[in-house]
Design a protein around this ligand. Structure first.
Ligand SMILES: *Cc1c(COP(=O)(O)O)cnc(C)c1O
Length: 355
């Protein structure tokens, strides 16, 4: 069977070079003379993988030794738990920006640990737009949590106002997709399966000032401080998953963030321009300045057109184009590794459904 053209929202497309290197390492990781699946998490080979990956994260984000770079288990949702466990005591409040499905889930998880203030929400509009950024952020908050790209509804914060309260950002679906000031965040994190590798792994980058806080005593697996002290190997690390993320980081560095951003803009512009001029489809996010460059959501203008488009996609070996089950319609996820040619094909098929 031919390889499919992949628009999945996550796990999503990985570059062919990364898949090639990863599969070679499963057979034999040269430096160790064993499969990467067989090497110890305490071996010098894995320690090299860890240190190179951390170095690359620092370089790509332009951050220094005042941040800790951690590789953790449990994907995005485990971070939804660990953030309030570590930084929100029962006496304190944290602010949450409720801009989408994942933002709302992060918020819900945090209610188990302390007081939560919803600083802004667009829930009443089913997250089809971004909420208004709060005009004032209460100083006494332990932190403010936001989601930079809303994977399901297809909106994205293209800039975030500076604030004195520590900002914690879920960047699961847009990390390394564009130039940005990572230093404005006290912490940022990403589940790896969108722009950074395989599911299960999470990257967490935490400023040492924030890391110094302890909201409660925690077992070491759940404590950022302990994970930092143990170099992310409190237990048997996800050696293979972290290796795939290292391959992604090398790929991102070789390509360059500038070139990646340029291509991402080009792919998104092609799709949104087509949608804005189409009589057969409608883009789900009306406000152009809020549209996601990673997840392009749209609907067909009639059930017949929807069916025709789905059939065309299937004929052309396209997968992952259906919208999230909670919103329906269509969603083209065009992360860093999705080539322009895939988007060009999609646009051509949209034209065949109706100009
Ligand atoms: C995919 C996603 C998550 C969830 O990640 P899991 O690893 O499945 O827990 C969290 N936040 C955002 C923004 C996402 O896109």
């Amino acid at each position: 069977m031919q390889r499919k053209i992949n628009f999945n929202a996550g796990p999503s497309e990985l570059p062919p070079e990364v898949l090639h290197e990863a599969s070679k390492a499963v057979k034999k990781y040269e430096k160790a003379g064993l499969s990467i699946l067989e090497i110890s998490h305490r071996s010098p080979e894995f320690l090299d993988i860890l240190s190179e990956s951390k170095l690359l994260v620092r370089e790509l984000c332009g951050i220094g030794a005042d941040y800790e770079v951690l590789w953790l288990h449990g994907g995005g949702r485990m971070q939804f738990c660990m953030i309030p466990m570590n930084f929100l005591s029962e006496k304190d409040s944290a602010g949450y920006i409720d801009s989408g499905h994942w933002a709302a889930e992060a918020l819900e998880y945090a209610t188990h640990y302390g007081d939560i203030q919803v600083l802004a929400t667009s829930k009443e509009d089913k997250y089809s737009r971004l909420p208004h950024w709060p005009s004032a952020i209460p100083k006494q908050l332990a932190y403010v949590h936001l989601t930079t790209n809303n994977t399901i509804s297809g909106t994205q914060w293209h800039s975030i106002p500076k604030t004195k309260t520590p900002l914690i950002a879920d960047m699961s679906s847009d990390i390394f997709s564009r130039k940005q000031d990572y230093k404005q965040y006290a912490m940022f994190y990403a589940a790896a399966q969108k722009n950074l590798g395989a599911a299960g792994v999470a990257l967490a980058v935490i400023h040492k000032d924030l890391l110094g806080r302890t909201a409660r005593e925690l077992p070491p697996m759940l404590s950022y401080k302990a994970q930092a002290k143990e170099n992310s190997i409190v237990n048997t690390a996800n050696v293979f998953g972290i290796y795939v993320s290292l391959l992604m980081l090398r790929w991102i560095k070789a390509k360059g963030i500038d070139a990646i951003e340029r291509e991402n803009n080009q792919k998104a512009k092609l799709l949104y321009d087509t949608l804005d001029n189409s009589k057969a489809f409608t883009p789900s996010v009306k406000e152009k300045s809020q549209r996601s460059l990673m997840n392009v959501c749209f609907t067909a203008n009639s059930p017949e057109k929807e069916k025709a488009f789905l059939a065309l996609c299937e004929e052309n070996n396209i997968t992952g184009i259906k919208g999230h089950r909670s919103v329906g319609g269509f969603r083209a996820s065009i992360y860093n590794a999705v080539p322009l040619e895939s988007v060009e094909l999609l646009v051509k098929l949209m034209g065949e459904v109706g100009a």
